[in-house]
Ligand binder design. Structure first.
Ligand code: NAD
Ligand code: MG
Length: 393
C-alpha cells in the first residue's frame, strides 16, 4: 500500500491521478488532498477517497471547506503554510500537480522531509531546479517525472556518460500551422483548444506559444543532469512518441504511448513496478504514419526565450516563468493579445538584472520582481490595444 498526498487534486493531473487511485484501491491510499480555491470539489474528493486531511490554499474558503467536511473526521486547514504542512505529512509519495510557482514551497517541503515526489508541476523545477535536486540528493527522496516527455526519457535513460542527446517532442500546439498575423488575432478559447492533449488552461496556452516546451527543456536540464546543448526539441504533431534519447553509439531509444496523461502518471505512481491502465492501446498500423519537423522559433519566440534563459542559468528561468504566468493570466482575461505573451516576457527579461543566485529567498524575490515588472508591461500593452481598437473601430 502506498500513501499518497496530492497537491493540486482538483486539476487535470489531479483528476487523472485520482482515476488511477480509484482503480487500484489495494495499492493506493490518500493521506492528504490540496487545492487552490475549488473547496466544493476538494470536499467531495476528500470524502470519496477518505483522505485524512484536506487543504485549501486560499484561506478565504476555510470556513466553507470546514462546513462541507463537518462530521467526516477529515482534518481541514487553509493557507500557503498549511500546504507546506500537508506536504510534510508522512507519505510514500507526494504528487506535485499544482500549476505555477505556487507549487514550489510545498514540493520542496516534501523533498526536505525525504518524501519522493511525482512531479507534474514543472514551474517549481524551472524556478528552483538546483535547490530541488540538491535537496532530493541530500534526503534520498526521488523526483519521478510525470510530464509525459520527461517520463518518457526517464523510462529509456541509461547512464549519463552514454547519452549524446535528449530530445523532447512537441505537438506544435493548436497554432502549429498559423501565420503570425493569424496568431495575433487568436482568442483564449482558440488557444486552449489543444489538438492532442486535454489539460488545464495555463499549460494549454503554454503549449500554444511553445513556452511549454521551453519550460520543459529547463525541467529536463534539472532532472537529467545533461548540458543545455545536449537538449533538443522535435515537433511531432501526433504526440505518440514522447521523448527520445540518442546514445553515443548512434542508437536512439524512444518511448511511445497514447496521448493520455494516465500513462506517465501510472508509471510514476507505481515505479519501480507497473500497473494496468484503462487507456486505449497504441495501434500503429491504424495510425499509419508519424511526422516530425523542426520547431519554428520565429513564429514561436517563447521557445527561444526559454532556451536563452536556460543557457544563462541563475534566476533567469525563474524570471521567465513568473513573467509567463502573469502574461498568460492577462491573455486568458482578454487584456492582451496572444503574441503579447512572449513580447512581455521578453520585455521583462530585458528589464531585470541578469544575475541572481538560487536560494529560496532569492527565487521568491526574483519571482516577485518579475511579476511586478510584467504587470506594468501588461498594463501598457492593454492600454495600447484599447487605443488601437478605438482608432480602428
Ligand atoms: P489545472 O489548472 O487543471 O489544475 C491546477 C491545480 O492546482 C488545481 O487543483 C488548483 O486548485 C491548484 N492550484 C492552482 N493555484 C494554486 C495555488 N496558488 N495554491 C495551491 N493550489 C493551486 O492544471 P493541470 O493541467 O492539472 O497542470 C498542473 C501542473 O502539471 C502544471 O504545472 C502543468 O504544467 C503540469 N502538467 C500538466 C499536464 C496535463 O496534462 N494537464 C501535463 C504535463 C504537465
Ligand atoms: Mg509535457
Amino acid at each position: 500500500m502506498k500513501r499518497l498526498t496530492i497537491l493540486g487534486a482538483t486539476g487535470s493531473v489531479g483528476a487523472s491521478t485520482l482515476d488511477l487511485v480509484a482503480r487500484n484501491p489495494d495499492r493506493f491510499q490518500i493521506e492528504a488532498l490540496a487545492a487552490g480555491r475549488d473547496w466544493r470539489k476538494l470536499a467531495d474528493l476528500a470524502r470519496t477517497t477518505r483522505a485524512r486531511a484536506a487543504v485549501i490554499a486560499d484561506p478565504a474558503f476555510y470556513a466553507d471547506l470546514k462546513d462541507a467536511l463537518a462530521g467526516s473526521g477529515i482534518e481541514v486547514s487553509a493557507g500557503p503554510g498549511a500546504l507546506v504542512e500537508a506536504a510534510r505529512r508522512p507519505a510514500d509519495l507526494v504528487v506535485a500537480a499544482i500549476v505555477g510557482a505556487a507549487g514550489l514551497p510545498p514540493t520542496l517541503a516534501a523533498l526536505e522531509a525525504g518524501t519522493s515526489v511525482a512531479l507534474a508541476n514543472k514551474e517549481a523545477l524551472v524556478c528552483a531546479g538546483g535547490l530541488m535536486t540538491a535537496t532530493a540528493r541530500r534526503t534520498g527522496a526521488a523526483i519521478l517525472p510525470v510530464d509525459s516527455e520527461h517520463n518518457a526519457i526517464f523510462q529509456v535513460l541509461e547512464a549519463r556518460e552514454r547519452v549524446a542527446r535528449i530530445i523532447l517532442t512537441a505537438s506544435g500546439g493548436p497554432f502549429r500551422m498559423a501565420s503570425l498575423a493569424e496568431m495575433a488575432a487568436m482568442t483564449p478559447a482558440q488557444a486552449v483548444k489543444h489538438p492532442t492533449w486535454s489539460m488545464g488552461a495555463k499549460i494549454s496556452v503554454d503549449s500554444a506559444t511553445l513556452m511549454n516546451k521551453g519550460l520543459e527543456l529547463i525541467e529536463a536540464f534539472h532532472l537529467f543532469g545533461v548540458r543545455p546543448d545536449q537538449l533538443g526539441v522535435l515537433v511531432h504533431p501526433q504526440s505518440l512518441v514522447h521523448g527520445l534519447v540518442e546514445y553515443i553509439d548512434g542508437s536512439v531509444l524512444a518511448q511511445l504511448g497514447p496521448a493520455d496523461m494516465r500513462v506517465p502518471i501510472a508509471h510514476a505512481l507505481a515505479w519501480p513496478e507497473r500497473i494496468a491502465t484503462p487507456v486505449g492501446r497504441l495501434d500503429l498500423a491504424a495510425i499509419g504514419r508519424l511526422d516530425f519537423e523542426e520547431a519554428d522559433r520565429v513564429r514561436f519566440p517563447a521557445l527561444a526565450l526559454a532556451e536563452s534563459a536556460l543557457a544563462a542559468g541563475q534566476c533567469r528561468p525563474c524570471v521567465l516563468n513568473a513573467a509567463n504566468e502573469v502574461a498568460v493570466a492577462a491573455f486568458l482575461e482578454g487584456r492582451i493579445g496572444f503574441l503579447d505573451i512572449a513580447a512581455v516576457v521578453a520585455d521583462t527579461l530585458d528589464a531585470l538584472p541578469a544575475a541572481c543566485p538560487e536560494t529560496l529567498d532569492d527565487v521568491a524575490a526574483a519571482d516577485g520582481a518579475a511579476r511586478v515588472t510584467t504587470s506594468q508591461f501588461v498594463t501598457q500593452r492593454a492600454k495600447r490595444s484599447i487605443a488601437a481598437r478605438r482608432s480602428t473601430g
